[in-house]
Write a protein that binds this ligand. Structure first.
Ligand code: VG1
Ligand code: CO
Length: 540
């Protein structure tokens, strides 16, 4: 097979998101753009000669083209073996599962995760290292450096590889193994949860909906919930993965999954609904006329770990991103385990899992998981809820209310200000950081600031120091966190995360409960003056 060295010129805007690249499709499809990134990645990690990688994607627009390009580049760069999900598709959690099971050297997942797809949407690549989790910021930076000086990439001239049949084949000297995308993942889930008790729940008529948002987890949902566990046929909605997700924004939250929220608040709502995002690592949990906030979900799962066979003998600590509410910390305290607070981004949990410091972790952005893999896991979270419901006989709402009764309720919402000019956003954050200490001791709208400081994380394992977000604490257990998004593709997004703790009153409307603090947040950061926006663009 003829190896070709193709001359290329670097793109100046190739700055990447964390742990890979995430861009508009129209940017990615420019000549050599994807190739530049992939070759830079291969070079930055010391080449891929004799290495084994897992390669697949969430099926979004350009998945089919990109995967063929990468297969040929891998062969030209001396890769020993590629493990690929049938038809080039794997969810992010399944990819991590297969990577770990096969002791692969790395994984590439073709996805822009929860961002929209289609020609006008986004595309991306998540790069995972041999521990099954997304690469560190340092590796990202090294890849980025390579993209600035790249002059050529390697590929081979060969016809496209057929990805539809499970089994082994070769391309030049490289072995390609097409695998069942669900099998190993299902096996892993069966080894964690009590499938028998969940089967009984469904056999007794528990009414459940899983919404795959026309994305990668549709076939996983049909297999696991309908075929194996016996949820009635048709329980999985929007089950066929589509390149543009049927026009949906595949981010399972109150705004983008409104169709599901409407169903769950209607009079014929099923008992429970779960939804996943584009690549299957996020989850949303709803009960009958009831929404579980992701921060609460992490805390509730932790509090109920004993119902799950894989965890019943005890768990290590837990971790949450700094932006996530402190609800789980109260549970950790009661269980007498450590609660770590890390920067946003799943990779920050991985060192803690690798060293047995934590078992569960989660982010407010609808991500929850455990150390079974090194990614967040949408279906895992839904199975966890089903297992608790089956074991306790309680509804989603009852489980949550019992939790509030025990620990108090942490009202929590995230407010996003989108499409801000990058320079304006950077200046806002820089000035806010400068001003933080001047807020301390002052009272705003009846809320007295007890402490205000940047969130600085010292990784206990590798010693790295990360600054991510600004925190303002108020007396009474209320809190504001500000940070800029690292995954957006439209200017800058300012995220304002607000929580308010209430020990006794659990029935306030979260938006109403948090609006006074949102007003404080807007004043402290001068949001209207600097961005022209007098309200957030998105509340989730
Ligand atoms: C967002 C979320 C963060 C999550 C990241 C990747 O990042 O806030 O919690 O880890 O997306 O999620 P940011 O920097 O835009 O706030 V996924 O589902 O895209 O892998
Ligand atoms: Co995702």
């Amino acid at each position: 097979m003829q190896i070709q060295t193709i001359a290329t010129t670097p793109y100046t805007d190739q700055k990447m998101g964390t742990a890979g690249i995430r861009k508009k499709v129209k940017t990615i499809i420019q000549p050599n753009y994807l190739e530049n990134f992939v070759q830079s990645l291969f070079d930055a990690i010391g080449g891929v000669k004799d290495k084994t990688f897992v390669l697949s994607g969430d099926g979004r627009y350009y998945n089919d083209v990109a995967i063929q390009k990468i297969i040929k580049m891998a062969a030209a760069n001396g890769m020993k073996k590629l493990i690929i999900g049938q038809n080039g598709m794997l969810s992010t959690p399944a990819s991590s599962c297969i990577l770990l099971k096969n002791h692969a050297d790395g994984g590439l997942t073709l996805t822009a995760s929860h961002n929209p797809g289609g020609i006008n949407g986004d595309f991306g690549i998540k790069y995972a290292t041999s521990n099954g989790g997304q690469c560190s910021s340092q590796v990202s930076a090294e890849i980025y450096e390579k993209t600035k000086t790249i002059t050529s990439y390697k590929t081979i001239d060969a016809p496209d590889v057929n990805l539809s049949n499970i089994g082994s084949q070769t391309l030049g000297d490289m072995q390609i193994e097409i695998v069942d995308p669900i099998k190993d993942y299902l096996l892993m889930m069966e080894n964690i949860f009590d499938f028998e008790v969940i089967k009984k729940l469904f056999a007794n008529g528990f009414d459940f909906v899983f919404d795959a948002m026309n994305a990668v987890t549709g076939p996983y949902g049909i297999k696991i919930f309908e075929e194996v566990l016996g949820a009635k046929k048709g329980s999985v909605h929007q089950a066929v993965p589509m390149p543009d997700f049927g026009g949906l924004h595949p981010d399972p939250n109150l705004v983008y999954a409104k169709h599901l929220v409407d169903l769950m608040y209607s009079d014929n709502a099923p008992d429970m609904a779960g939804a996943n995002d584009g690549d299957g690592d996020r989850n949303m949990i709803l009960g009958k006329k009831f929404f579980v906030s992701p921060s609460d979900s992490l805390a509730i799962l932790t509090d109920n770990y004993k119902y799950i066979p894989a965890y019943k003998n005890g768990i290590f600590g837990v971790a949450k991103s700094a932006a996530t509410s402190t609800a789980v910390c109260r549970v950790a305290k009661a269980l007498n385990i450590n609660c770590y607070e890390v920067p946003t981004g799943w990779k920050n949990f991985c060192n803690l899992m690798d060293t047995n410091r934590i078992t569960f972790c989660g982010e407010e952005s609808f991500g929850t998981s455990s150390s079974h893999i090194r990614e967040k896991d949408g279906i895992w979270a839904i199975l966890f809820w089903l297992n608790i419901i089956a074991a306790t006989g309680k509804s989603v709402e009852q489980i949550t209310r019992d939790f509030w009764a025990k620990y108090g309720r942490t009202y929590y919402l995230r407010f996003d200000f989108d499409g801000i000019d990058t320079a304006v956003a950077d200046q806002l954050m820089a000035d806010l950081e400068q001003n933080l200490s001047s807020f301390e001791g002052k009272t705003y709208n009846t809320y007295k600031v007890s402490e205000a400081k940047p969130f600085i994380y010292h990784d206990v394992v590798d010693g790295s120091v990360t600054k991510n977000g600004l925190l303002v604490y108020f007396e009474g257990g209320h809190r504001i966190c500000y940070r800029l998004s690292g995954t957006g593709t439209n200017g800058a997004t300012l995220r304002v995360y607000i929580e308010s703790y209430d020990k006794d009153n659990f029935d306030k409307n979260p938006v109403e409960a948090l609006t006074p603090l949102l007003n404080v947040a807007m004043i402290l950061a001068e949001i209207e003056k600097r961005t022209g926006k007098n309200k957030p663009d998105l509340t989730t």
